[in-house]
Design a binder for this molecule. Structure first.
Ligand SMILES: *Cc1c(COP(=O)(O)O)cnc(C)c1O
Length: 460
């Protein structure tokens, strides 16, 4: 067939719209959408003729291809099953929200809410005020400010307190957090000059002291949340930094990264710095994330001295970095759960997962192994094996939580089988995401609370 004859084979949209299966899809998706996809298909068919002098392979059935294309138009944020063993998995959305937070967000989306409206006098309220009050009650801070994430919190604090001047930081704390958050770069974006002191492994109080000048605006510490320096080390404590600041009347700031509002060791978890401790030591400002160990929505929390928080709230960048109503609703509901700390390991999903006992996970693994083995047949050896999970999000990078995994070992020992298997798990309607190591696939069950959801996801 010559090209001209091929082009004439491309069906007209009007004709297609009258075919029964296409009409049914139009009923479901609407005419605008269907015509849009059909136009794309016509374009693709023309490209195939121009480039390869043939019609596309789906030319036999346009309705099927249309249906396939509509199916693959999935939502951007697909619910998945996290079997990676990392509880606060940044790429999978970090902390799961508590039921109370989900309800609060739904209400804030569905109804008008008193975001910046004072019910006392019908005047204008401040969007941070209620949540800030809660944070102050929990931590003893004088005042608080809430922004979009901790990176924004650090940027805003530096821009407010130190623009055009110097900030002293230890060389051992110039961290890079996944993605593009690097302390030196945030400094320059905030218009501050970084003054590095000490060495990678050891920094002493006199290093800070020697660096203090007329130009010093801030003494800063950054929690090295995603790495750990071991061996011959020395760092200056929050207490010492606060005292030095008082001596020279220079404010002190700590970026805590995760920042736990409650002592995690009571559940046998490793110790994580708490903002209230640093504030009590006299640190002027601390910042941390809302969606790491706190277990709430993505947010940046700034706590500390009232004079500084007021200046931070007035800075023009605050308007650009402020949290939206859904964030504030979720954060408020999450913080309310902290009023009943004895229930927190049940009500807060991230803490519930972190504190799950190895025995509980073991029992689940034993129940799942025969079911998964039956499903995958003889090509795979399915076993329950001990493993260790991580907290994630840079929290406590060297600590591991003992748990259990269901592992898949290929019978024929070929690595390519593993790649095909994990690929097929990613293609499921609800993708199942594990990790591959030591020649097998590990499904770490720590974050799986509903085993039926997994079994359902595997069904064709
Ligand atoms: C995670 C982290 C950040 C960034 O926090 P986001 O809420 O992800 O913006 C900044 N500093 C430290 C030390 C961190 O651990």
């Amino acid at each position: 067939m010559n090209e001209r004859a091929l082009y004439s084979q491309i069906p007209a949209i009007d004709g297609l719209l009258h075919e029964t299966p296409v009409a049914a899809l139009t009923e479901q998706y609407g005419q605008t959408c269907i015509v849009g996809v059909l136009r794309e298909m016509q374009d693709d068919a023309r490209d195939a003729i121009r480039e390869r002098q043939q019609l596309p392979d789906w030319h036999g059935c346009w309705a099927d291809e249309l249906s396939r294309r509509l199916d693959s138009d999935r939502e951007a944020l697909r619910p998945a099953i996290n079997l990676t063993g990392t509880v606060l998995h940044t790429n999978l959305g970090r902390a799961l929200q508590a039921e109370a937070a989900i309800e609060a967000v739904t209400n804030a989306m569905r109804w008008p809410v008193t975001l910046e409206y004072s019910l006392d006098d019908a005047g204008r309220g401040h969007r941070d005020s209620i949540v800030a009050e809660r944070l102050c009650q929990l931590t003893g801070a004088e005042a608080a400010c809430i922004v979009n994430n901790n990176a924004a919190a650090v940027l805003l604090v530096l821009a407010t307190m130190a623009a055009g001047r110097e900030v002293i930081v230890s060389r051992g704390e110039l961290v890079e957090i996944g993605g593009a958050f690097r302390v030196p770069e945030v400094m320059s974006q905030a218009g501050c000059r970084l003054v590095e002191v000490g060495t990678t492994n050891r920094t002493h109080l006199h290093d800070y002291k020697n660096a203090v000048s007329e130009q010093t605006a801030l003494l800063m510490k950054v929690h090295t949340s995603n790495y750990h320096i071991e061996g011959f080390t020395a760092e200056v404590s929050g207490q010492e930094l606060a005292e030095l600041g008082r001596e020279y009347t220079i404010p002190s700031v700590i970026d805590l990264g995760s920042g736990a509002l409650i002592d995690m060791t009571q559940w046998g978890l490793p110790e994580e710095p708490m903002p209230q401790r640093y504030l009590a030591q006299g640190i002027d400002i601390v910042t941390f994330s809302g969606d790491k160990l706190l277990g709430g929505p993505q947010a940046g929390i700034i706590l500390g001295k009232k004079v500084w928080i007021e200046a931070i709230q007035r800075h023009p960048l605050k308007r650009a970095l402020r949290a939206d109503k859904m964030t504030l609703a979720a954060l408020d509901a999450t913080l309310r759960l902290y009023r009943r700390p004895e229930k927190l390991a049940q009500t807060l999903p991230s803490l519930r997962l972190l504190t799950r006992s190895a025995d509980d996970i073991y029992d689940m693994a034993q129940r799942l192994v025969p079911k998964i083995q039956a499903y995958y047949g003889d090509e795979w050896v399915i076993r329950a094996e001990p493993c260790s999970s991580q907290i994630g999000s840079g929290s406590l990078p060297v600590e591991r939580l003992p748990g259990w995994a269901v592992t898949f070992t290929p019978q024929n020992g070929k690595g390519s089988a593993l790649a095909t298997l994990t690929q097929s798990h990613r293609q499921l309607t609800i993708p199942v995401i594990g990790r591959v190591s030591d020649g097998r696939l590990w499904w770490d069950l720590r974050c799986l609370e509903d085993e039926n959801r997994l079994l359902q996801a595997l069904l064709p």
